[in-house]
Design a protein around this ligand. Structure first.
Ligand code: SF4
Length: 328
């Protein structure tokens, strides 16, 4: 069966004066309609670059060096800009952390929504306004008819993010990519926005990729998790298995750092050290300088991502290989 989205061995590089740097290295995953996947990792893990690569938003000097991005059967990695623009905001929508990246401060919400609709559809002003009201209602904006005439600054941060989600929904997209959509919001509003995303995906028609550094957020919304470190996938499986039984030392570190983790004492256990930048990615397993289980081989060879049937997920770590239970 054709997947809604299938990334096949995607490599994203940045061409710099002294050579090319790899930001996303051999990333593959699939997403079906109704799937909600969390793309997780600290800043610099490559998760946002992966998300941007799907919708052709990698700006120069970045480029997709190899791999395929099959979306509804079309390879987005090799589409021209015009065709990509048509898919963006039509079949695939993106929600950013800062609503003001999407909203134009000098236009009313109604103008922004109807212009977006009329750029993609041959409809009258009245029809566009009716569709805009419908989407505002879907994201629970009170009195949506009146709100159409207001400007972004007249809304609170949480309401602005709801409007961004309403705009993302305008064309009934098959895929929504949300990049840290709740990071700038306080905890109560954060929960409301996450509930809203969950509600919107409940129809089973839309796939969601939720990009975040926050495993707590992912555990509330997604049904599968892809954990990235230094541009590579290190663990990928169902949210339930990964949250309750993380196997990769990096995932374990992320979960130990969560407030209220059963592994923590009174203080949060932050992972020691920092995510390497693209210039300083260590040889072998890129996590080895921070890994409490580092072995000799980890400094010399990079582990491969393999499927472990008994753990129902893919993991990239020599510890798993040493247990001799792996099968590709
Ligand atoms: Fe740690 Fe080695 Fe596994 Fe990397 S491969 S996570 S360094 S044990």
């Amino acid at each position: 069966m054709e997947h809604l989205l299938e990334l096949q061995n995607i490599v994203v590089r940045f061409a710099l004066r002294f050579g090319d740097l790899t930001a996303v290295d051999d990333v593959s995953f699939t997403l079906d309609r109704g799937d909600r996947m969390g793309l997780v990792g600290e800043s610099g893990a490559g998760k946002s670059v992966t998300g941007f690569s799907i919708i052709g938003l990698i700006s120069r000097p970045g480029y997709i060096a190899s791999g395929r991005i099959l979306f509804e059967g079309t390879d987005l990695a090799h589409l021209n800009e015009e065709a990509l623009r048509n898919i963006r905001g039509n079949r695939i929508s993106m929600i950013f952390q800062d609503p003001m990246m999407t909203l134009n401060p000098v236009l009313t919400i109604g103008t922004q929504m109807t212009e977006t609709l009329q750029a993609h559809m041959d409809i009258t002003d009245e029809e566009a306004a009716a569709m805009a009201v419908d989407r505002l209602r879907m994201v629970h904006i009170p009195s949506p008819e009146k709100r159409l005439n207001q400007y972004p600054h007249e809304f609170s941060g949480g309401m602005r993010q709801r409007i961004v989600i309403a705009i993302a929904l305008l064309m009934d997209p098959a895929l929504i990519i949300a990049d840290e959509p709740t990071t700038a919001l306080d905890v109560t509003i954060q929960a409301e926005i996450l509930d809203l995303l969950l509600e919107l995906c409940a129809t089973g028609k839309t796939g969601l990729i939720l990009i975040t550094h926050d495993l707590a957020v992912v555990s509330q919304v997604t049904d599968k998790i892809t954990v990235m470190y230094a541009g590579r996938i290190v663990e990928m499986g169902s949210t339930d298995t990964i949250i309750h039984d993380p196997r990769h030392p990096y995932t374990q570190g992320l979960i130990n750092a969560l407030p209220g983790s059963r592994h923590t004492g009174s203080r949060l256990n932050q992972i020691p050290g920092m995510m390497p930048n693209l210039l300083t990615i260590p040889p072998g397993c890129s996590f080895h300088p921070r890994c409490p289980f580092m072995m000799d081989i980890c400094t010399k060879q990079a582990p491969r991502l393999k499927y472990y049937k008994e753990h129902e997920r893919q993991i990239s770590c020599f510890l798993m290989e040493n247990q001799n239970k792996g099968s590709i």
